[in-house]
Design a protein around this ligand. Structure first.
Ligand code: FAD
Length: 282
C-alpha cells in the first residue's frame, strides 16, 4: 500500500541535503538530494513526469522535473540547466548544503495506461530530463511494456545529457532501439546530423499500438507532431510534456495557464488532442 504524505501547509518545503553533483554538460548538472526527515525519505514518491519546486533560501524557488525513477528508491535526482538566479544558486551549492523541496506536483505519465504499448520517445536537449525517469521506469519493468524506440536530438554532441545511458545502457536493453542526432556536424561525431525529426528517415516507426512521448524545446513539438500524424498517430496517442513559467505549482496563481488548462495541475503531461485547440500551447 502506498502511503501519501499530507501537509497542513502545501507551500511548506521539506528540507533536503545535496548528496552528489555530477556535471552532465557545460550548462547542466545532475543534483542528487536526500530528505532530512526520515518519514519524508521513506514515503516520498512520484510518477515519472512529475516535478518538484526547489527553494534556495534567500534566493527563490523554481520547478524542476524529477529525473530519477520511483522504481529505484534513493536520492531524488534533478537535471538542471544554469539559466538565471535560482539555477545559478543551485549550481553553486556544495555537497552537504540544504535546500527546500515541495511536491511532487503535476500529473506525470500514467504508467499503468501505457502497459502493453510500444513506446516512441522523442527528446530534444534537456527534454531528456523527465523522459529519463519514464525510460528507466520501463527498463525496470521491461516485461510490462512493448518495444521501446528512443529518438534523441541535441544541438552539439557535447550538449547531450545522460551520455552513459544513451550510449551504453539503453541501446543494450532488450527490445530497445536508440537513435541520436546532432544539429551541427562535428569532427568527433560519427552519427546522424540534422534535427530530431530526421530520425524518422533513419528508423521506420509503426503507429499501431504505439504511444509517442515528446519533450524538448518549444520549436520541436510542432514538427514532431506533424511527422507523427503523417505516420498515422492519433492525437490521444501523442503525449507531450510542456513547460511554462510557473510559480505556485498547485493551481492557485494561474501563471502557467494555457487557455483553460493550468500546466501545474492539468499537466505538465498532455495528450496532443487536449492541447490541439489551445492557443500557444505548442
Ligand atoms: C514543469 C517544469 C519542469 C521543469 N523542469 C526542468 C528541469 O528538469 N531542468 C531544468 O533545467 N529546467 C526545468 N524547468 C525550467 C526551470 O524551472 C527554469 O529554468 C527556472 O525556473 C529558471 O529559474 P532561474 O531563477 O534560474 O531563472 P530566472 O532568473 O528566473 O530567469 C532566467 C531566464 O530564463 C527564463 N525562464 C525562466 N523560467 C522559464 C521557463 N519556465 N520557461 C522559459 N523561460 C524561462 C527567464 O525569462 C529569463 O530569461 C522546468 C520548468 C517547468 C515549468
Amino acid at each position: 500500500m502506498q502511503i501519501t504524505l499530507t501537509r497542513e501547509n502545501e507551500y511548506l518545503p521539506d528540507l533536503a541535503k545535496l548528496m552528489k553533483k555530477t556535471k552532465l554538460t557545460e550548462m547542466e548538472s545532475l543534483f542528487e538530494f536526500e530528505f532530512l526527515d526520515n518519514n519524508v525519505r521513506k514515503y516520498f514518491t512520484y510518477n515519472p513526469g512529475q516535478f518538484v519546486q526547489v527553494s534556495i533560501f534567500g534566493v527563490g524557488e523554481a520547478p524542476f522535473s524529477v529525473s530519477s525513477t520511483p522504481t529505484r528508491p534513493g536520492n531524488l535526482e534533478l537535471g538542471i540547466r544554469q539559466t538565471g538566479n535560482v539555477t545559478d544558486a543551485i549550481h553553486n551549492l556544495n555537497v552537504g548544503d540544504v535546500v527546500g523541496i515541495r511536491g511532487p506536483y503535476g500529473n506525470g505519465f500514467s504508467m499503468d495506461k501505457l502497459c502493453g504499448k510500444n513506446l516512441l520517445f522523442i527528446a530534444g536537449g534537456i527534454g531528456m530530463v523527465p523522459l529519463r525517469s519514464v525510460i528507466n521506469y520501463i527498463m525496470d519493468k521491461r516485461d510490462d511494456y512493448g518495444k521501446v524506440t528512443i529518438f534523441y536530438g541535441a544541438c552539439l554532441p557535447d550538449e547531450r545529457v545522460f551520455v552513459d545511458e544513451l550510449e551504453n545502457v539503453w541501446p543494450n536493453a532488450p527490445d530497445v532501439e536508440m537513435h541520436q542526432t546532432v544539429d551541427e556536424c562535428h569532427e568527433t561525431w560519427q552519427g546522424n546530423v540534422g534535427v530530431v525529426t530526421c530520425l524518422f528517415d533513419v528508423c521506420k516507426v509503426a503507429s499501431e499500438n504505439t504511444v509517442a512521448i515528446i519533450c524538448g524545446p518549444p520549436v520541436m513539438y510542432k514538427f514532431v507532431v506533424q511527422d507523427l500524424m503523417k505516420l498515422g498517430f492519433k492525437g490521444d496517442d501523442i503525449l507531450l510534456s510542456l513547460e511554462r513559467k510557473m510559480q505556485c505549482g498547485v493551481g492557485k496563481c494561474a501563471h502557467c495557464q494555457i487557455g483553460h488548462k493550468l500546466t501545474c495541475i492539468d499537466g505538465p503531461v498532455f495528450t496532443f488532442s487536449e492541447v490541439q485547440r489551445l492557443q500557444e500551447a505548442i
